[in-house]
Ligand binder design. Structure first.
Ligand code: PSV
Ligand code: MN
Ligand code: MN
Length: 424
């Protein structure tokens, strides 16, 4: 849908402007002793996975207002991620939810993805909904269920998700459990966690040698009195007991308001147990709004810890994914905005003067420490992010190109207005 000529024309038209902006920033960074080429290489390498369920219009339990042109199949979801990657140069992977996206012919799906330069990131299991033809219901839980037969069904499902992942070249299984209770007395907390641990052990034993299991936590929803894995401590406890292939996954929306997420990141990395991220933004809870739309400073502080942790701990490489819902905006525009926000926060954190920060911390110079962080945060690094995008074959201004080429209109013509996407 986007030709090389489209990209060339747009980039050519903005060449002068881009050069002027970049020169200005590069001069200022060089004056600070920063090697701009090193920064660009790090930005080039930073790739964010897109979940297969985020490409359609989202919704709430009150309603959904689809834009049209939504992908009707896994093939079309891959095409959409290919489009995002073509524009941004930063989305080289797709993350599947099974059974929403069962790859019937793994080889064909893999080669379609390859043709867009895409790989398969972590595969996600789903035991939070009953599946058609299932023998048992997850109404009262899955891996924690009191009935062994239900637990076995959920374990078998997770194993089959691993099998699908293996056939696609994925290297991680993400487990998010909706398991929990809605009323006091419903669960024996200790026993529910113990059963979950035992179920996870069986899934862990099935993991291929070079795989990771990423354990997500969430304080509430869909259960509102207790969740079996409510917080990073419980996730870390499970991951530690399981073994070195099990790691915790931080979804930015899965915290109670005002939680210090950057501190959680630092501690998990210190323990070498942080496995990945689900990016989104929120005001209240798991709002799943566009990353960086509400709390860009928090996002920057998180990246600041991620970089510090990468330099000072042996934490394994992380899996990055956007996990947001697009209720009002065109999902593809929203995802492009999220990718940009993530790369901006990363670039800002990369330019933090760490030697000066360490010195300020050693001397208890609180005001200077704050100043150092805010100097980086208040730097407009967008020209640097654009430069990296252009090096990756992307465009100067992704959303503008998306609009000028009327991509949504084309998608609606091709796919219709009434498509119903899988997912939430
Ligand atoms: C749950 O709220 C979650 O964040 C998990 O990552 C799920 O897999 C995803 O949303 C999609 O339902
Ligand atoms: Mn998530
Ligand atoms: Mn969530």
């Amino acid at each position: 849908m986007i030709t090389k000529e489209n990209i060339w024309e747009h980039n050519f038209a903005h060449e002068e402007l881009h050069k002027r902006q970049l020169d200005h920033l590069a001069t200022s960074l060089t004056d600070q002793g920063i090697v701009v080429e090193d920064l660009l290489k790090k930005l080039d390498d930073f790739q964010i996975a897109i979940p297969s369920w985020a490409l359609g219009t989202g919704g709430t339990r009150f309603g959904r207002f689809p834009e049209g042109g939504e992908p009707r199949s896994l093939d079309e979801k891959i095409e959409d991620v290919g489009l995002l990657h073509q524009l941004s140069g930063s989305c080289n992977a797709i993350s599947l939810h099974i059974p929403w996206d069962i790859p019937d012919d793994a080889q064909a799906i893999k080669s379609l993805a390859n043709s867009f330069g895409l790989k398969f990131d972590a595969v996600n299991s789903n035991t939070f909904q009953d599946q058609p033809n299932a023998s048992f219901s997850y109404k009262f839980g899955s891996l924690c269920h009191v009935d062994k037969a239900v637990r076995e069904e959920a374990i078998a499902h997770n194993k089959s998700v691993i099998d699908h992942g293996v056939s696609l070249g994925s290297k991680a299984l993400t487990v998010w459990l909706a398991d929990g209770s809605n009323f006091p007395g419903q669960h024996n907390f200790r026993e529910a966690l113990k059963r979950t641990q035992e179920s996870l052990e069986e899934i862990y034993a099935y993991l291929p040698g070079d795989w990771h299991m990423l354990i997500e936590y969430k304080p509430y929803e869909p259960n509102f009195y207790s969740m079996v894995i409510p917080d990073w401590g419980t996730s870390h406890l499970l991951a530690s007991q399981l073994g070195e292939k099990a790691l915790s996954l931080v979804d930015l929306g899965h915290h109670l308001p005002n939680t210090n997420i950057e501190q959680i990141v630092a501690i998990l990395m210190m323990r070498e147990k942080l496995g990945g991220f689900h990016f989104n933004d929120s005001k209240y809870g798991d709002d799943d709004l566009t990353t960086g739309s509400l709390k860009p400073y928090q996002l920057f502080l998180i990246f600041n810890e991620l970089i510090d942790g990468t330099e000072h701990t042996g934490n394994p490489p992380l899996s990055w994914m956007i996990d947001a819902s697009h209720n009002l905006k065109d999902p593809l525009e929203d995802l492009l905005q999220a990718v940009e926000a993530i790369k901006i926060a990363y670039a800002q954190a990369l330019i933090v003067n760490r030697l000066n920060l360490e010195e300020a911390q050693r001397k208890n110079d609180v005001a200077r420490a704050q100043q150092i962080l805010q100097d980086a945060f208040r730097t407009d690094v967008r020209p640097l992010v654009a430069a990296s995008r252009l090096r990756q074959g992307g465009v100067f201004d992704p959303v503008t190109v998306y609009r000028q080429l009327e991509i949504r209109k084309n998608l609606i013509q091709k796919r219709g207005t009434k498509t119903i996407s899988t997912g939430l």
